[in-house]
Design a protein around this ligand. Structure first.
Ligand code: NDP
Length: 448
């Protein structure tokens, strides 16, 4: 959607100048600005309070050195990041990404998105994000542990249960959170819920592992219901085969859909008879193998090299759950051509602006990431509550709260889209609902 408002265009230009060579961050800001026009026209007070100028500038950005030694005694140095974007409505909250592609611009786009997403969850959480250009693939447990300890040896001074609470993301799962938590506890000599996604034996929440994927399907189910349809009998593509993808596949299947494809960064599998998730879970969660191994166990399935091909498989619903910009305009066109009617995002910003234009101009139901994948951070918020109260809820209790949160997120997207004249545009509804709460809080707290 094109931005026409002169003030927003000018601020976008200034943001681009101030943040050169950060295309993902600029992409995320542009998308949000493209939907805020009717809000700022009705709320000049927010413009006068300088809220927009402040919202695109992180409160704090920390960049640090992470030295570590591999099993052969060779020294390595990685770069660590923590961007504390906005604390207007609660402590900074957002995951840690470990992937060789990580740089400041990627962490800033993720932190910026997180501000609005956390606002949508209805819980008191500000936005932040962190990570490193470390590649966990092929590393031993000992190497992962030494890296995580070195990462935390710097990060611990900047975070805290009431200040900044990191969590998992790409490359950071329960193992990495465990090593980071252990180091934080040793350095601070205190046991607090400073990280979420912890193991169940030391303060983790039941249903956190499942939360992003399940939440994605709860949101998508609400969107389908509101448009007179359901998951039942639908053919679904799920990209990725990590934490989000696995539990999205599980819940979509429970809802009666048939998931026929999954992927990793090397390629994708197509199983026309329906993906056997037990095999995927064992390969990815236990054995840490590549997705192509699936066809050794299910000879009727196909494996194809490359990630883009997955979007050429005929489907009713696409759930991108791997990484940013994984669906470009061409892939979006292929989806539409082959019958896809719904795209709902488990990954952060998986669709390029061109892809989003294709969805909107072809009348697809589009569930934007900051609403559709908010179940993970929402359940992290529930983990923080349990840690502070020294209590543990059952799986069913957490799952029910998650389900209700996702329903309320969909309602907020739906109602705000309609209220601001963009009925059915859930991307606009999500951006507006997330923005207004943070903006009101920033205005109320003065120029800080
Ligand atoms: P994981 O590390 O568990 O899994 C990531 C999956 O995506 C893997 O299958 C990985 O393949 C694939 N992938 C990663 N990079 C690429 C790439 N460049 N091209 C193609 N495939 C790729 O991460 P998560 O499942 O936790 O995260 C997936 C997405 O969901 C991310 O965008 C993340 O920010 C987002 N998200 C995660 C939340 C969570 O709670 N975990 C919460 C909200 C959003 P390979 O193994 O080959 O690298």
């Amino acid at each position: 959607m094109a931005i026409k408002n002169a003030y927003l265009l000018d601020l976008l230009e200034r943001t681009k100048k101030r943040n050169p060579a950060e295309p993902e961050f600029i992409q995320a800001v542009t998308e949000v600005f493209s939907t805020l026009e009717p809000v700022i026209e009705q709320r000049p007070d927010l413009v006068e309070a300088g809220v927009l100028e402040r919202i695109v500038e992180p409160e704090r950005q920390i960049i640090f050195r992470i030295p570590w030694v591999d099993d052969k005694g060779v020294h390595h140095v990685n770069r660590g990041f923590r961007v504390q974007f906005n604390s207007a409505i609660g402590p900074y909250k957002g995951g840690i990404r470990l992937h060789p592609s990580v740089n400041l611009g990627i962490i800033k786009f993720l932190g910026f998105e997180q501000v609005f997403k956390n606002s949508l969850t209805t819980l008191p959480m500000g936005g932040g994000k962190g990570g490193s250009d470390f590649d966990p693939k092929g590393k031993t447990d000992g190497e992962i542990m030494r890296f995580c300890q070195s990462f935390m040896a710097e990060l611990y001074r900047h975070i805290g249960a009431d200040c900044d609470v990191p969590a998992g993301d790409i490359g950071t799962g329960a193992r990495e959170i465990g090593y980071m938590f252990g180091m934080y506890k040793k350095l601070r000599n205190e046991w607090v819920g400073v990280l979420t996604g912890k193991g169940l034996t030391y303060g983790g929440s039941l249903a956190r592992k499942e939360a992003t994927g399940y939440g994605l399907c709860y949101f998508t189910n609400e969107m389908l219901k509101a448009n007179g349809t359901s998951f039942e009998g639908k053919t679904v593509l799920v990209s990725g085969s990590g934490n989000v993808a696995i539990y999205a596949c599980e819940k979509a299947t429970e809802y009666g859909a048939k998931v026929v494809a999954m992927s990793d960064s090397n390629g994708y599998i197509y199983d026309k008879n329906c993906i056997n998730l037990d095999i995927v879970k064992r390969l990815k969660e236990v054995e840490r193998k590549r997705i192509k191994e699936y066809v050794n166990e299910v000879p009727t399935a196909e494996y194809h090299d490359g990630c883009k091909g997955i979007w050429t498989i005929p489907c009713d619903i696409a759930l991108p759950c791997a990484t940013q910009n994984e669906i470009d305009g061409e892939s979006a066109e292929a989806l539409v051509k082959n019958g896809c009617k719904v795209v709902s995002e488990g990954a952060n910003m998986p669709s390029t602006p061109e892809a989003i234009d294709v969805y909107l101009s072809n009348g697809l139901l589009y569930g934007p990431a900051k609403a559709a994948n908010a179940g993970g951070v929402a359940t992290s918020g529930l983990e923080m509550s349990q840690n502070s109260g020294r209590i543990s809820w059952t799986f069913e209790e957490v799952d029910e709260k998650l389900h209700n949160i996702m329903k309320s997120i969909f309602k907020a997207c739906d109602e705000n889209a309609e209220k601001y004249g963009m009925k059915g545009n859930y991307m606009a509804g999500a951006n507006i609902a997330g923005f207004i709460k943070v903006a009101e809080a920033m205005k109320a707290q003065g120029d800080v």
